[in-house]
Design a protein around this ligand. Sequence first.
Ligand code: SIN
Length: 327
Amino acid sequence: MYTLIRSFVLSTLILFSAAAQAEPIKIKFSHVVAVNTPKGQMAEKFKALVEERLPGKVVVEVFPNSQLFGDNKVLEAILLGDVQLAAPSLSKFKKYTKQLQVFDLPFLFNDIKAVDNFMKSPEGQSLLNSTEGKGLQGLGFLHNGMKQLSANTPLRVPADAKNLKFRIMSSDVLAAQFKAIDASPQKKPFSEVFTLLQTKAIDGQENTWSNIYSKKFFEVQDYVTESNHGYLGYMVVTSKDFWGKMPADVRAVVDKSLAEAIEHGNKIALEKAVQDKQAIIDSKRSNVVEITADQRAQWVNVMKPVWGKFEKEIGKDLINAGINSNK
Ligand code: SIN
């Protein structure tokens, strides 16, 4: 009897100490932007919510500013299990799906409201599964904002950009967009943009107010044209393998927390588009160029034919859903 009780007590103790020692699930979230940006703030909010709701069960480590991986490596790193979460720009998924290129089409979306409509549509939601076949699961979309053009000369009409070198993200649509205005597109990682501009290895770039401000591009560019010619946003992704293996109850909390963090990030995106533009104007380091309706029409006329080149890869239905989202 004594031996029985003793072995019962011992096995219970072992069970309890095993449970006590159970390692929390680690989520490394790697991104390339500054903390004080829509994505940076979304990541911080996600960490706070998850760790508050799943204490000791899930730990989130956030690595901003390309500290861990640049965007050119992060998706591979997810598949290798070196990081669990990332939110690359929608322009950086070319190797994994061609459909997300829809977001790069110049002048497809009039504003963030239109992008929102599109993302919530059945066509937009289906894009979260567009990388599934390659082992990546989209968990949600996050906004940054509309893109602006910067250079050391004022860009009012497409001819002003002729022969200038522009840094672009790794997107063939963006390359075609700059070729359409007789400029020279240069695919470069985000982490290199400031130095490339500072050393004049490139002449200009396109980005959102928040990225231009937080990465100080405005300090090394004399002009920023308020062109709103394209959209920059993100897909939050994980590996299908990691997501599938997470216990269902934990996954539900992580998923809900991410949705709330994205909502928070989207709110910040709208605020930053206004605040960071104003901060650039106030800095007096760079001039913000406003274009007339007629000048804008010239950019539209030259850039919009790019759509036709990618219609087959992206799909006409998706492009039409994008067009309809402006209504
Ligand atoms: C980002 O916002 O994540 C980076 C965008 C870029 O590469 O320009």
